[in-house]
Design a protein around this ligand. Structure first.
Ligand SMILES: [Zn+2]
Length: 466
């Protein structure tokens, strides 16, 4: 399973880079006389007036257009309000794009979350999220792997968790990180990524506020209590509703991939899985992969809560080189590289969502060659083995003749060695028969041969006997 997957990844990566280059043409946004402040303890080059990053209104427009253009696979969902909307002083929603086949129903497919822009002054993550949305919708039906993912996953993408802060950042040019909550002391903003309930036991007071500030005017102020902010409440409620298998929260910067815990140096019970998956992801973007505390002990962030409270295998990506935040339009090639290098690991994680533990599960099948006409049909045989054991009655063969409708057969056990067989009925000489195998293990994991069926299939031709 893993071997087949890594082979496909390189192919998809080429497609992805091409798509980024051909499709990404955002409009320019003026930032006025921008001036960097000391958010994040660094100053950033903000003295250029034109940026290619999209502003919040443009993001909303892109999302609405995309949902309208792809009604079969995309739904734009309003998951909550920015703080200013809750006060009646602005009207910004937190929008999530749901991408899956049959987007109006729950099919029990593995749920995947990508979120971005909790921090207003980290613009590239929003563009990564929008590029993911564009790839998953525009390439559906033409790219084998994308089509398979949309059919077999329930993917939620939030390009802007902090719309008020983003608008403020764009409009004023101030290097603004937090949301726009008017605090009790007259200062503005809560650091949303310090506002989640901190640790695995959900105890908001136990570990919460470690590595953050309790002073409202500080750039990393954690808020008055865990989940005090409507923005973090929106993420929490979606996560509790969907029960994501995997998640990525995109930030800037540092070229790092992190996983829980961040509030303690202790490893999670799933550390073997986190370490293995983190390493697989990092091979695709070259980032350092490590448990979250390596960037400093820190409680109240999404990566800890999405795992401890939400049950997801959650990762935090710090996109771009250390201290790398903003790029003027003549450096937009750098942003395009940062987008391109993060699409492949995102797609890989969506794939891994089908089996986070990646336990061994194999279909050993030698595809049928072109075959002479036979009155008795054509036997398909495969050895199906799984570490969780095979779900005996749920091995399926789907076939079609000359591109017609698919017919499903149940494969039956042929021996004690895990071999299953089914017989495709006879078809006239000259016919082309496509088929694929769908196997299930006792953990509810589904595996196909070929892997991205039915977007790739086994095929053979029925030869005349003469
Ligand atoms: Zn951040």
């Amino acid at each position: 399973m893993s071997g087949a997957r890594s082979k496909m990844v390189s192919v998809a990566f080429v497609l992805t880079v091409m798509t980024v280059m051909s499709v990404l043409a955002p409009t320019t946004v003026g930032l006025g006389d921008a001036e960097a402040s000391a958010a994040d303890g660094v100053s950033s080059p903000m003295n250029v007036t034109e940026y290619l990053y999209r502003d919040f209104a443009e993001v909303v427009e892109v999302l609405e257009e995309t949902a309208a253009a792809h009604p079969g696979i995309a739904r734009l969902v309003d998951i909550g309000d920015g703080w200013e909307k809750t006060q009646g002083i602005a009207d910004r929603d937190i929008l999530a794009m749901r991408i899956t086949d049959n987007p109006d129903i729950e099919e029990g497919e593995p749920d995947v979350l990508f979120m971005a822009r909790q921090h207003a002054n980290e613009p590239t993550p929003t563009e990564i999220a929008l590029q993911l949305i564009e790839n998953l919708t525009d390439l559906y039906g033409s790219d084998t792997r994308i089509s398979w993912l949309v059919d077999n996953r329930d993917i939620w993408i939030i390009p802007v968790v902090n719309p008020d802060g983003m608008d403020y950042f764009t409009d004023t040019g101030e290097n603004w990180r937090k949301n726009r909550h008017l605090n009790y002391d007259g200062s503005y903003g809560v650091d949303l990524n310090r506002n989640y309930a901190g640790s695995e036991n959900g105890d908001p007071l136990g570990e919460w506020s470690v590595g953050a500030s309790l002073v409202p005017s500080d750039v990393d102020y954690c808020g008055e209590y865990a989940f005090s902010e409507p923005e973090t409440q929106a993420v929490r409620d979606l996560a509790l509703d969907q029960r994501f298998e995997v998640a990525i929260d995109f930030h800037m910067s540092g070229d790092v991939i992190c996983w829980p815990w961040g509030y303690t140096t202790n490893a999670t019970p799933d550390d073997d899985d986190f370490t293995r998956i983190g390493s697989e992801l990092s091979k695709l973007n070259g980032y350092l992969a490590a448990q979250s505390y390596v960037t400093g002990l820190l409680a109240g962030d999404s990566v800890d809560w999405l795992y401890g409270g939400g049950g997801a295998y959650s990762f935090l990506f710090e996109v771009g080189g250390w201290l790398d935040y903003f790029h003027p339009d003549d450096q937009y090639g750098i942003v395009q590289e940062q987008i391109a290098e993060n699409i492949p690991p995102a797609l890989l994680l969506a794939e891994i969502a089908g089996d986070r533990s990646e336990l061994r599960f194999d279909i050993d099948h030698h595809p049928l060659d072109d075959s002479s006409y036979s009155e008795t049909g054509f036997e398909v045989s495969a050895r199906i083995t799984a570490e969780r054991d095979v779900d005996q009655g749920a091995q399926l063969l789907r076939y079609r003749v000359d591109g017609g409708d698919w017919t499903e057969l149940t494969m039956t056990p042929a021996n004690a060695m895990g071999v299953y067989t089914a017989i495709i009925p006879s078809a006239a000489a000259g016919s082309v028969i496509d088929y694929y195998i769908v196997a299930h293990d006792n953990g509810g994991v589904e595996l196909m041969s070929p892997m991205y069926a039915p977007y790739e299939v086994h095929s053979f031709q029925v030869l005349s006997t003469g």
